[in-house]
Design a protein around this ligand. Structure first.
Ligand SMILES: C[S@@+](CC[C@H](N)C(=O)[O-])C[C@H]1O[C@@H](n2cnc3c(N)ncnc32)[C@H](O)[C@@H]1O
Length: 447
């Protein structure tokens, strides 16, 4: 150990900053990790009632080459007020790349940059935070619980922690391969030679090897160049967690899980719901009597290929966002393209039965056309509250109760929210810009 981290870990990230990225690409595209999208944080962590652009302090701990810090700062460039982003990483090479990305986007000076260990955040004099992201970092510490403790020490009382920790069962083949490579490389200290040996082994893997049947997220890391390959298969310190182990881990700091997200963002948290895998109603009913952590543990085992656990946690579980709050505005997730409300309206008017709306990546959303949906869709615009939409529809239809109309809108909301495609925010929070629009600011700098 050097100071409070493993020397090999720091050396790795000095030699192979992660994730590999070309700062010049900032000129034409923006990466925002899905869990850093403000609309999600507002909806899932703050019951739809906190505007993440205002009076918010963000810490990105183990920020790597900058995806999260850049994604957060870019969102703050659109209406941010009195908010701050602090980036911390032990790797100076990673910090340099993240800074360069920020410079190209014109906001290098707006982020507070710290090179150092997250174990020392309390001594860095950087204050406390509303939102702390640490993605893919704690599982590389000698004592991950110490890392969690350090982060919680700078979390505001009602702050949110967003962690990504590797998942045990989905990565079993990775650990088997890591063990194989330790044997292969036991007499090799040269990094490049280790990588070459790894490639030689991978090139001739027998069909029986578990790695071949790995999910896409792992296969793409294997194809992702030397840094990604090293991170996946040659890491000097890396551990993974099952769902019960995640609960045990966060409970060491009296935290509670707010929401899990899996690698497959489309299915999001529902991947942790055993209802996705158990089709017998009676059996499912029995399973649903289990404590939630056991249900999620079972779902992870049955799925068996969840590779990463991404989740929000806080000191106390929050009241969940409520569709029944009359001041809530239902809106299509910011990843949809412009014109989605008109498109939805049009599809509702021309279809019978199921409305053939698809997500941007082609997933069927299975929204059932209810008797008055055409009227409701006219007023669903991402600006009006549930109350306003239904009242406007009611005055057009005439003899119908508000309760019935709200139930129809709720059914649409639920079908879409299942896939995270419709969210709620309080009417006092101005709309978040579509993620596809955020890059236009930088495009103009280089036009
Ligand atoms: C797998 S990368 C993840 C980077 C980034 N969070 C992401 O998801 O793109 C792990 C990062 O954690 C950093 N790291 C490892 N141990 C650390 C520590 N004790 N304190 C701060 N950063 C650390 C590494 O330098 C590396 O940049």
């Amino acid at each position: 150990m050097s100071g409070n981290y493993l020397k090999e870990v720091r050396n790795q990230y000095e030699e192979f900053p992660y994730p590999p990225v070309n700062p010049e690409d900032e000129k034409h595209r923006l990466i925002i990790p899905f869990n850093e999208v403000f609309s999600f944080i507002t909806h899932y962590c703050f019951a739809g009632k906190k505007d993440m652009r205002r009076n918010c302090r963000f810490l990105v701990a183990g920020g790597g080459t900058g995806d999260a810090a850049i994604g957060i700062m870019e969102q703050l460039m659109h209406g941010g007020e009195n908010s701050e982003v602090v980036y911390v990483d032990i790797s100076s090479a990673s910090l340099d790349i993240a800074k360069k990305r920020a410079r190209i986007r014109g906001f290098e000076d707006k982020i507070i940059w710290k090179q150092g260990s997250l174990l020392s955040v309390a001594e860095m004099d950087i204050g406390t935070f509303d939102y702390i992201n640490s993605s893919g970092v704690l599982h590389h510490l000698a004592d991950p619980a110490e890392g969690l403790k350090a982060l919680v020490s700078v979390l505001k009382p009602d702050g949110i922690l967003c962690l990504m920790l590797y998942a045990k069962y989905g990565r079993m083949a990775v650990y088997q391969m890591q063990e194989s490579l330790r044997l292969v490389n036991q007499n090799t200290s040269d990094t490049q030679q280790k990588i070459e040996n790894t490639k030689t082994i991978l090139d001739a893997l027998p069909e029986t090897n578990w790695l071949i049947a790995s999910p896409e997220t792992i296969l793409s890391e294997i194809q992702g160049g030397d840094a990604a390959l090293y991170d996946l298969l040659l890491h000097s310190q890396d551990r993974a967690y099952s769902v019960p182990e995640i609960y045990d881990f966060i409970e060491t700091q009296q935290l509670e899980i707010i929401e899990f997200f899996a690698d497959d963002f489309t299915l999001g948290g529902s991947i942790y719901n055993p209802g996705l895998y158990i089709k017998d109603d009676n059996l499912l009913k029995q399973v649903k009597t289990l404590p939630i952590r056991n249900q999620q543990a079972l779902a992870e085992l049955l799925h068996s290929k969840i590779c990463k656990h991404t989740f929000y946690a806080a000191r106390k579980a929050r009241p969940a966002v409520s569709f029944d709050d009359p001041d809530m505005v239902p809106y299509f997730d910011v990843s949809f393209t412009q014109g989605i409300y008109e498109k939805f309206r049009n599809l509702v008017s021309i279809s019978e039965g199921i409305i053939p709306l698809k997500s941007n990546d082609g997933a069927e959303l299975l929204i059932v056309k209810t008797p008055h949906l055409e009227y409701i869709a006219k007023y669903l615009d991402g600006q009006r509250t549930v109350e306003e939409i239904c009242t406007a529809a009611q005055s057009e239809i005439g003899d119908i109760s508000l309760v019935k109309l709200k139930a129809e809108l709720k059914a649409v909301y639920k079908s879409l929210n299942r896939y995270r495609y419709m969210l709620l925010r309080h009417k006092n929070i101005p709309p978040y810009l579509l993620t596809g629009k955020l890059q236009e600011r930088v495009n103009q700098l280089y036009a």
